[in-house]
Design a protein around this ligand. Sequence first.
Ligand code: ATP
Ligand code: MG
Length: 469
Amino acid sequence: MIKRIFNAISRRLAGIAPAQTRSVDGSETAGTSVKSYSGYQQGIHHRLIDKAALDTVFSLKRAGYEAYLVGGAVRDLMLGIEPKDFDIATNASPDQVKQVFRHRCQLIGRRFRLAHIRYGRLIIEVATFRGDQENGHPARQVDDSGRLLRDNVYGSMDEDVWRRDFTINALYYDPKRDVVIDYVAGREDLYAGQIVLIGDPWVRYREDPVRMIRAVRFAAKLGFKLAPSAEKPIGELGVLLKEVSNARMFDEVLKLFHSGSAILVFEKLRHYDLFKHLFPLTDAILASEKEQFPRQLVIEALQSTDRRIAEDKPVNPAFLFAAMLWEPMMQARHDYLREGLSPQDAFFAAAGDVLHVQCAHTSIPKRFTAQVRDIWNLQFRLHKRFGDRAAVLRAHPRFRAAYDFIGIRLAAGETELEDLFDWWTQYQEKDSLEQVRFANQMIRDIKPVRSKRSNRNFYRKKSSQSTND
Ligand code: ATP
Ligand code: MG
């Protein structure tokens, strides 16, 4: 009875819409009609919805527009997970949204125009329903390979749903009426734990290759699997990630590895052979893996990232890139040393080369490349800690990250770093007077020691010139 009432309400809200039936392999065909459920019965608790998100929906509704929570927030709420952000879909145009929220609203994005509503430090993203105009509309641009360059054709909810990436990300929730609206059997996939693309996966990946890495991210984060239809094109289409702007790829890399499931993300990216499009130098070096080396360093870094996120501690992108690119940098440095460069020049040239290559794939903002260099450089400098040097190094803004980095190298098997790591651990535990005495007890600086297991011949230098990023 209740279900029928909700169905009736949502049908009235949504109008008659095309929906999908699913074939056995997970591909979709047009067919059945829209479904709706009581949010309460689907386990949606309003206490998990941020007040700002509710306020945004209610403000838009008061102004006479339709507004729904959509995407990851609805998916997570139905799984009983606290959403990390809230996306709202509305039939108000970006300019109309701006009129409702005025100074709190900022319109962003060219490719996909959005409104950001600011509530203190929290930002609620409001997207206008996208329409299903054919390609050729001036506000919707697709290039020759099928890539969606721009999509600012507005429409209604029953058009918008087909633009979304996965069925589990295409559920709309009206918090006022407590109704979940489902055009694509998203609830079934949510409960079956599978990632299914809306529409033809080949077309949808070509439109936006980032969807391949989004599929991996959601599979890792939620413990889901990719439906066979979502898996199949990846081997062939993964290469399209090269076409994605390196700035967007940087953002995606952070979402992947700061998702709290970095280890699983890494394994899955490697499984689908997508990792090489994100970190080509690291991928090449991983191919030469011997006795877990250098893979273990990456694993240790990602484990530490996952741990910090689980403990609600901040994570630094520079640490991630420093770990991913450490071995490529060390290989390049080794080559430069063999060419006769001084250790310092070899380091700077190698760091420049590796960051230059990486930035062509994921443009790392300058402030982070500077930090990556510092973390690496301190790996050498922290050995030289006699007398006053210890205090100077301790005061370096990147000291803590560099110390943690030694910790992960040690955990990854560079056992010769044990004394150095212990020394710095003890140093930090002492008060300032004791620190001076402790540092003065050092009779000599200990030279950096390299792991004997590393294979230094793998890395091919891109150029002999030292470059910045
Ligand atoms: P989370 O925020 O937990 O990472 P999310 O699903 O909310 O996951 P967002 O990037 O916040 O992801 O996007 C919000 C919604 O916008 C998605 O759920 C999806 O419906 C739609 N969306 C985002 N990116 C794409 C894309 N590349 N292609 C199609 N739809 C997308
Ligand atoms: Mg989101």
